[in-house]
Design a protein around this ligand. Structure first.
Ligand code: SF4
Length: 326
């Protein structure tokens, strides 16, 4: 097994909602609420869940764009909370993100060359000539012609803009790439091209990837392992094939049922009813009990721990053994 490049332990990210002239705390949004996992060197970990479950907040906490409320993030064995300014800059260089909307994340007043050169300038890498060379190299890696460098983002299609976003993300030769709904805004045919490009680049650069998406079919295509999130917590995690074919948690089964191409399996498993509850007031016990067709009295009181039978497939459900047997 590859060693962990990122080791996240009991991570919490809470946001205060304040109101009134004295800014009194009105409520606490528990966006991420006690998450532990490891991202291994060279693997892709898929992170899936409905929108609002906290997966994007988790990505931002890993990038240190939001300071965690509690818990630790270890990068290559070092707690990022204790990094010096210089080490933090290095850490930020090693972790890069690709956003959902490439148009919003690219500066519309800059040419592609300027957009790709910017991170190199910020990190004081190379001179003008070597940076121009690197820009040409990056364009080639993402399948864009060198003539793209003098154009502006609005002159490209959605798929091409995402290629520019990917080129910018790999400009600093990171070790970890966080893809936050990176293909959700694209047409299905373009999605496939971008997913394949990401796989090629991952192999070429030996990247570890955290692939965040609400779409379990896309996550399965990309991932070695899959973590399923619900209301700020991981409720199931395991090998991608195992999660896809032997999901134990009723929520994961509901997500699988929402994939149209599954045929008979889709008819057998329960659909998820109702809306995701507010992260300001998560339900007691098992957070999924308000929507779970199998909920029992214990579920409303006792939070189920994330536990494994064979050491690799973890599920947070009191009754998954009974549900699987049934
Ligand atoms: Fe459903 Fe109970 Fe399992 Fe939660 S612990 S998923 S409510 S059966």
């Amino acid at each position: 097994m590859n060693e962990a490049i990122l080791d996240v332990q009991d991570l919490q990210l809470h946001f205060s909602q304040r109101s009134g002239i004295f800014g009194r705390e009105r409520a606490v949004v528990r966006a991420v609420d006690g998450i532990s996992f490891q991202l291994r060197a060279g693997e892709t970990l898929g992170l899936v869940g409905e929108s609002g479950c906290g997966k994007s907040s988790l990505g931002k906490a890993l990038l240190n764009l939001h300071k965690p409320t509690a818990g630790t993030v270890m990068y290559q064995g070092k707690d990022i909370a204790g990094l010096s300014d210089r080490a933090m800059r290095e850490y930020r260089r090693s972790l890069q993100i690709i956003f959902q909307d490439p148009f919003e994340s690219l500066n519309s007043r800059h040419t592609v060359a300027a957009i790709l050169e910017e991170p190199l300038i910020i990190h004081r890498i190379g001179d003008r000539e070597s940076r121009a060379q690197r820009v040409a190299e990056l364009l080639d890696m993402v399948g864009l012609p060198s003539s793209a460098s003098s154009k502006y983002p609005h002159e490209f299609s959605g798929g091409q803009r995402q290629r520019i976003g990917i080129a910018r993300a790999i400009a600093l030769k990171p070790s970890v790439l966080i893809c936050d709904e990176a293909v959700s805004a694209l047409d299905v045919s373009v999605q496939a091209q971008i997913l394949n490009l990401l796989l090629e680049i991952q192999q070429e650069l030996h990247l570890s990837m955290l692939f965040i998406s609400h779409d379990l079919a896309v996550v399965r295509h990309m991932s070695d392992r899959i973590a399923v999130m619900y209301l700020g917590q991981i409720i199931e995690i395991g090998d991608a094939q195992t999660i896809y074919h032997q999901a134990r948690h009723p929520y994961t089964q509901g997500l699988l049922a929402a994939i149209p191409k599954l045929g008979s399996l889709a008819e057998e498993v329960s659909q998820i009813g109702g809306d995701i509850p507010s992260p300001m007031a998560p339900p007691s016990g098992c957070r999924f009990h308000t929507r779970c067709a199998f909920a029992q009295a214990k579920c409303k009181i006792e939070p189920p721990p994330l536990r494994a039978e064979n050491g690799t497939h973890f599920t947070a459900c009191h009754f998954w053994e009974n549900l699987s047997a049934a």
